[in-house]
Design a protein around this ligand. Structure first.
Ligand SMILES: Cc1ncc(COP(=O)(O)O)c(C=O)c1O
Length: 345
């Protein structure tokens, strides 16, 4: 193990996971797509399988954010996100578990105002986890409101940490650099090496962390293939590169990262963040109906749609070992009920 990776264990971190998340083979989808004849194997890493707060990728970043918060004597976490933010929900859950007060400043990023979107899914859970929630009018600056609220709280003696959208900072990204090491250890157990690791790219921390972790282990960062669900491919690529470089600095690793190492596909974003696509709906239904695997409508569903497209069109090459990271977000399905209403109406 490279020396730089010992930083994972020396930085303050709160344990929010239950150990390594499982890697499973998607044999029924392999059959459906006829992948055996092309010697392609399809696996999923279940980053939705974490017992705290419904689980999901944000817990890996929160391990470092909340570790830092505890070490710095913070008592209140203020975070921002869209109305149906999974990061906000998991911040509220982790804060509840570890005794921080939590305030969420939520913005209307998606043009939906039906009852499910407004009240169900993550919004319902934020409330159950005991977070104080403020929903801003469309167009308001969530980060500015969060900073202003933090100042108010500090003025009355509270010690406040403000977390950005998606918890995506170089420190948060270390959670996914650590995940790259976890995957490498699981590869040893499975006796294989993944040629392609597939993720959604929203605020870029997941992708950046994996890239930094791979680079620190002298593995190709271009193993990670991301599908953007928020920004344009160009801007997601730039943001990911910058964050991965900063994460590598935190690791004290010398690896050089080039823009070509950051693979972001913009073809499955559709009409924008949180706007369903036909490909996403088909992908969510396929994963659920063939594998009993729940994906979400905003992130993992669009990334899986991209992967299915690339498998069907020969972009994934014969003989590849593919790992899809199921990043969680399942409560979002309840917010998008109308888009999936089939036989049950
Ligand atoms: C379920 C889920 N998957 C993927 C992502 C994308 O991760 P990142 O923001 O680190 O790019 C997010 C958050 O934005 C998420 O909530």
């Amino acid at each position: 193990m490279p020396a730089s990776l010992h930083v994972f264990d020396s930085l303050p971190r709160l344990d929010l996971l239950d150990g390594p998340t499982p890697i499973q083979r998607l044999t029924r989808i392999e059959e459906e797509l006829g992948l055996a004849t092309r010697r392609i194997a399809l696996f999923v890493k279940r980053d939705d399988v974490m017992s705290l707060g419904g689980g999901g990728n944000k817990l890996r970043k929160l391990e470092y954010h909340l570790g830092h918060a505890r070490a710095a004597g913070i008592d209140t976490i203020v975070s921002v996100g869209g109305l149906q933010s999974n990061h906000a929900r998991l911040t509220a859950a982790a804060a509840a578990k570890h005794g921080f007060a939590c305030e969420l400043i939520l913005s209307r990023l998606v043009a939906r105002d039906d009852a499910d979107y407004e009240r169900n899914g993550n919004v319902l859970l934020d409330d159950l986890f005991g977070a104080r929630t403020v929903v801003l009018p469309r167009g308001a600056d969530g980060r500015a409101h969060a900073e202003a609220r933090a100042d108010e709280l500090r003025a009355v003696g509270r010690k406040v940490l403000v977390l950005p959208t998606g918890g995506s900072t170089p420190l948060g990204a270390l959670g996914y650099a650590r995940c790259a090491r976890e995957i490498a250890m699981q590869e040893d157990t499975l006796g294989l090496r993944f040629d392609r690791i597939v993720v959604p790219n929203g605020s870029s921390g997941t992708h950046a962390g994996l890239v930094a972790g791979l680079a620190a282990m002298d593995r190709s960062p271009a193993t990670v293939a991301a599908y953007t669900v928020l920004a344009t491919a160009d801007s997601a690529q730039r943001a990911t590169l910058a964050m991965a470089r900063d994460a590598l600095d935190l690791l004290g690793a010398k690896a050089a990262l080039d823009v070509d190492a950051i693979r972001v596909d913009g073809a499955h974003l559709g009409d924008g963040y949180g706007v369903p696509t036909t490909g996403m709906k088909d992908a969510v239904r396929l994963a659920a109906s063939r594998e009993g695997l729940l994906l979400d409508p905003v992130y993992s569903g669009k990334a899986f749609a991209g992967l299915l497209h690339d498998l069907r069109h020969g972009i994934v090459r014969d003989g590849e070992q593919v790992l899809f990271i199921a990043t969680g977000g399942v409560p979002g399905l309840y917010a998008y009920r109308a888009d999936f209403a089939g036989a049950a109406g």
